[in-house]
Design a protein around this ligand. Structure first.
Ligand SMILES: Cc1cc2nc3c(=O)[nH]c(=O)nc-3n(C[C@H](O)[C@H](O)[C@H](O)COP(=O)(O)O)c2cc1C
Length: 207
């Protein structure tokens, strides 16, 4: 397969307009579109081809409400960790799209998966979590190419999330994902738009 300059431009556009989405429309994702997101996970690279990601599709209203409560608790603790002026700024940020996102995934990483027979991870066990993060990103770009948005949520206590969604003990929590059609599109991160941080480019050093 040879790609054209137009393909390269399309990928650049997808990267530019990817964004972390926190404002969702409630309309559902068609099943065949959702299946393409599942396929994207399977195409991701992983250490020793272990494919350690374990995904739970959270649909129960009780579990969704419990995750929301957990986010509110952790978010309030995070706010209290700042000085009073920064706390006010922090509380103005929207840091989750849990209210409207039609699809919600709890993504875990298997701690010692059989697949791949431990190849490549002896000195760096964290490569399992890195592999799951890559699969999430593959899915994220695919979602964007389908005009969907993804929001990644880490302001949660991993042990509590594991209990809420009843995940096995030998899975570690990696991220909670909200997925749906975005209320609006943007080429600039929300944290830059809201003035939480500067939009600076990180330069590389030479050695
Ligand atoms: C590992 C990880 C965890 C994140 N956790 C959160 C989160 O808890 N809440 C949130 O609003 N955004 C979260 N984000 C999104 C980042 O804030 C976002 O990627 C960053 O501000 C850059 O914006 P962009 O994704 O729109 O480019 C997370 C992103 C990553 C990669």
């Amino acid at each position: 397969m040879k790609f054209t300059p137009e393909d390269t431009q399309t990928l650049e556009d997808i990267l530019t307009w990817r964004r972390d989405t926190r404002h969702f429309r409630t309309d559902p994702i068609p099943p065949e579109t959702f299946e393409m997101l599942q396929d994207a996970f399977e195409r991701a690279p992983s250490v020793g081809n272990a494919r350690p990601w374990r995904v739970l599709r959270i649909q129960s209203p009780e579990r969704r409400a419990a995750i929301r409560e957990e986010f509110l608790r952790c978010n309030s603790e995070a706010a209290d960790s700042y000085d009073p002026a920064t706390r006010v700024e922090y509380l103005k940020l929207k840091l989750a799209g849990l209210d409207n996102a039609p699809e919600q995934l709890a993504v875990f990483t298997a701690v010692d998966p059989e697949a791949g027979r431990r190849l490549g991870r002896r000195t760096m066990p964290e490569t399992l979590q890195q592999s799951t993060a890559m699969a999430i990103f593959a899915m994220w770009l695919t979602a964007r190419s389908l005009n969907l948005g993804v929001g990644m949520l880490s302001i949660l206590d991993p042990d509590r999330v594991t209990k809420i969604v009843d995940a096995p003990e030998n899975w570690v929590f990696t991220a909670y994902l909200c997925i749906g059609y975005p209320e609006f599109e943007d080429d600039t991160p929300l944290l830059h738009r809201k003035g939480w941080q500067e939009n600076t480019r990180r330069e590389w050093d030479f050695r």
